[in-house]
Design a binder for this molecule. Structure first.
Ligand SMILES: *Cc1c(COP(=O)(O)O)cnc(C)c1O
Length: 391
């Protein structure tokens, strides 16, 4: 069937397996055997799409990959062992030694370290950071050797957006590839490939899996690009996904649309509540009509997920700590996108992972708190925040 609804893509499996199990079995095998010489010889002619060895392709993982590709309106998807494996594989596909990258300022911390520190010291690849809210910033940052524009819209801490149509048009005019980390919006709320982006990556550990029980990533693009990545970065750096994790992701995808609707409802109610709270200075959430790029968000997204941040109306570190420690339902932890609500103060690790000037350039400070709004009853979450805000 063509042009299926999202719910049908997620819940209906096209593949039939031996004995007709209602959910695909877990193919827990490292290799596949062949009838004869010609059969394995033929498999090697199409290495990226033949069952030869589970490092390259596994039937259970492949069912999930096909669903994600269709959901993202891409030709092909490749699941990876982690989100950061997806990010680094996609970036390495686009750049070589001596190239230049333009990246958004507030990208995910380890991505930032990979681009800004690792690629620089190992391969003399340079980067120019832009805050990304204005497309001319990208244009001004381009050099003759710019090969990649790296995007994260919304970025996952203060949620700046980039105008995806405008930035990708600029990139195409200059023969430059674009990658977007679409983890925050998910394919339920944003389809960057349809807006002109070349490669979409996700940390599947967040909403796509959604149950805080798997670390995984995915890359989605054209068949040509994905097949090239499969036989280079994905294979050579061992980014493969385990069959059981592929199966857990399939289990999770069936409820993705429902979960995202609930994450949005809960987060929207909390963002509005915090926005009016006297002990909160400012809320960062693209779904609020007061958000500075609200219009752009409305143009390129269909909804808003459950991760948001806010600035407490105090810079007294003992009060900030007291607020975090007083929360009872929100548990303290990194990561986000699961069923369970979480709280985190970025200052705890950012200052250990980033240089002080990068930290300052990100425009954040100790009073910024990030919450991942889960699927609990929203009244309970608001009560919990209110009692802790009584600092
Ligand atoms: C978590 C995260 C990643 C990395 O994903 P892992 O699955 O933890 O390796 C990449 N990008 C964003 C925006 C993230 O939040």
């Amino acid at each position: 069937m063509k042009n299926k609804k999202v719910g049908t893509i997620l819940c209906h499996d096209e593949e039939r397996f031996l004995h007709g199990p209602v959910v695909p079995p877990i193919y827990q095998n490292s290799l596949f055997t062949f009838e004869n010489w010609d059969a394995i010889d033929k498999a090697f002619d199409a290495k990226a799409e033949s069952y030869i060895y589970s490092r390259l392709l596994n039937p259970t993982v492949e069912v999930a990959e096909k669903k994600i590709a269709e959901l993202c309106k891409g030709e092909k998807a490749k699941l990876c062992a982690s989100g950061i494996a997806a990010v680094t594989s996609a970036i390495l596909h686009c750049v070589s030694a001596g190239d230049h990258i333009v990246a958004v300022e507030n990208i995910y911390g380890p991505t930032n370290n990979f681009i800004g520190t690792y690629l620089k010291s190992k391969f003399n690849i340079s980067v120019t950071y832009v805050d990304g809210t204005n497309t001319t910033q990208f244009e001004e940052a381009l050099r003759d050797n710019t090969k990649l524009i790296y995007l994260e819209s919304p970025a996952s801490l203060t949620f700046e957006l980039q105008d995806l149509k405008a930035v990708t048009a600029l990139a195409k005019r200059n023969g430059i590839k674009t990658i977007i980390d679409n983890t925050w919006a998910t394919p339920i709320f944003q389809n960057p490939l349809s807006l002109g982006v070349d490669i979409e990556v996700h940390s599947v550990s967040k909403y796509l899996c959604g149950h805080s029980d798997v670390v995984a990533g995915v890359i989605i693009s054209t068949k040509n690009i994905i097949d090239a990545i499969i036989q280079a970065e994905h294979e050579l750096f061992g980014a493969k996904m385990a069959p059981f994790e592929g199966w857990l992701i399939l289990r999770s995808l069936r409820t993705l649309e429902l979960r995202m609707e609930r994450h949005m409802q809960n987060a929207m109610a909390i963002a509005k509540h915090l926005d009016k709270h006297p002990n909160v200075d400012r809320v960062f959430y693209p779904g609020l009509s007061s958000f500075q790029q609200y219009e752009l968000g409305q143009n390129q997204m269909r909804g808003y997920s459950g991760l948001l941040s806010f600035k407490l109306a105090t810079s007294d570190i003992s009060k900030i700590k007291a607020f975090v420690n007083a929360l009872q339902i929100f548990k303290i932890g990194v990561s986000w996108g699961g069923h369970d609500s979480l709280v985190y103060a970025p200052v705890i690790s950012y200052l250990k992972e980033l240089s002080p000037d990068r930290f300052e350039a990100m425009g954040i400070d100790a009073s910024i708190i990030r919450i991942s709004v889960g699927l609990e009853g929203v009244e309970d979450l608001i009560r919990d925040l209110d009692q802790a805000l009584d600092y």
